[in-house]
Design a protein around this ligand. Structure first.
Ligand code: AMP
Length: 411
């Protein structure tokens, strides 16, 4: 009889495939790795198992299928116990449109629905389908589960997700705000409820996921009621290379007066803007902090705009929430940058926010903690763990008639 059962978590991007084997009961990572530059001339795969790290080149143009074949044929064949204990495969899927408000066991209808949402996530959903196909061939006996980035935000009310555009664009084409990073916002919501000792369905939070991509979510009674990303991940906060909110009139100006094509505007807003665009130096917050310390004016301005815009979003979420139990920082920047957190809190002084510098410095590099002064609005740093959510959801959805079901669901 199996004593433990693990989940293979797959995150397929357009030219990369991240994989991890996770114990869903405690989030322990037994193997992790990434296939990169897929479909290009020199793809490669790197992985880590325990203390051992390794990497190999893959054949030119190798894609998602070849990465999964390598995982099964080369990596797991050396680790038979890991393979034996696999009970399910959990796939991160970026866009589930309005069809999915929860994770689901994948069948042909789910595959068709992910395909139908491809227009809303053209870089991601087709890659997820490649991963699902390759994984189902490599592991024909394992159930596969889809966990959607958009699912957590399906609880938003209509007044939060409808754009002030002709309503027919929503009715006929599904053009509305969907939000992303839902798996991360959900993880920190559940963790914050535990820390605050509140029932999940009573917790009110402002959750700021700040990484290279960044979004902020208003969580009321444990559910997303508003979020900063929209139809695409471009809306909202300043990000590493994305602009976040801009005047839509700017796009017409770029086209009509500067002769920019749609492709060029797309590239400008997604790849050349944000921290990178403002600083003319880097999209990387760490690098900008170092440059700002040396007085680099672009870096100083980029960090200031990032914090100011974030603070404005935080303040605006008092409208949907009324009472806020905690502001939560997560993501690479939220979890590590004491400088960004400090600057954001300074902007929010009028709302009573104040942090304790020692607590702020303490909560970095994977350390969870409260950084606010006592008797001021609670502010938490919570390292996110999207893979664990995917593993937990996958474990919970393994059909009861599977032999591994009991081991997976046992606490
Ligand atoms: P993510 O996309 O969540 O991996 O986050 C990536 C971002 O986190 C990059 O902008 C990094 O510079 C930033 N980051 C990671 N560690 C630190 C740190 N110690 N201080 C400031 N920013 C950091």
């Amino acid at each position: 009889m199996q004593t433990s059962s693990h989940v293979l978590v797959l995150n397929c991007g357009s030219s990369s495939l991240k994989f991890a084997i996770i114990d869903p009961r405690d989030g322990r990572e037994l193997l992790s790795g990434i296939g990169e530059s897929l479909g290009e001339s020199a793809p490669c795969i790197r992985w880590k198992c325990g203390d051992t790290k390794a990497q190999e080149s893959l054949e030119s143009n190798a894609g998602h299928t070849e990465v999964i074949q390598f995982l099964v044929g080369q990596i797991l064949s050396q680790q038979p116990a890991l393979k034996e204990h696999l009970a399910a495969i959990g796939h991160r899927v970026v866009h589930g449109g309005e069809k999915f408000s929860h994770s689901v066991l994948i069948d042909q209808a789910v595959i068709n629905a992910i395909q139908e949402c491809s227009a809303l996530a053209p870089l991601h959903n087709p890659a997820h389908l490649l991963g699902i196909d390759a994984a189902s061939r490599a592991f024909p006996d394992l159930p596969q589960i889809a966990v959607f980035d958009t699912a957590f935000h399906q609880s938003m009310p209509r007044h939060a997700y409808i754009y002030a555009l002709p309503y027919s664009l929503y009715r006929d084409h599904g053009l509305r705000r969907y939000g992303m990073h839902g798996t991360s916002h959900r993880f920190v919501t559940e963790r914050a409820a535990e820390i605050l000792n509140l029932p999940l369905n009573e917790v009110n939070l402002i959750s700021a996921h700040l990484g290279n991509g960044a979004s902020i979510t208003a969580v009321k009674n444990g559910q997303s009621v508003d979020t900063s990303m929209g139809l695409t991940p471009l809306e909202g906060l300043v990000m590493g290379t994305r602009s976040g909110d801009v005047d839509p009139g700017l796009l017409m100006h770029l086209g009509n007066h500067l002769g920019f094509s749609i492709d060029k505007i797309n590239n400008l807003l997604n790849k050349q803007s944000g921290l990178q665009g403002i600083s003319e130096l880097s999209n990387d917050c760490r690098e900008l902090e170092q440059a700002a310390e040396q007085g680099h004016s672009g870096a100083l301005l980029a960090l200031e705009i990032f914090c100011y815009r974030l603070a404005k979003y935080i303040a605006s979420y008092y409208a949907p929430l009324g009472e806020v139990d905690a502001l939560v920082f997560t993501g690479g920047i939220g979890e590590n940058s004491s400088l960004i957190r400090q600057k954001v809190m300074e902007y929010l002084g009028g709302l009573g926010y104040r942090l304790v510098p020692e607590r702020n410095l303490q909560a970095r590099f994977g350390e969870e903690g409260a950084i606010s002064a006592d008797d001021t609005p609670m502010t938490l740093v919570i390292p996110t763990n999207e893979e664990w959510v995917i593993a937990r959801d996958a474990a919970a959805l393994v059909p009861p008639d599977r032999p591994c079901h009991d081991a997976l669901t046992r606490e």
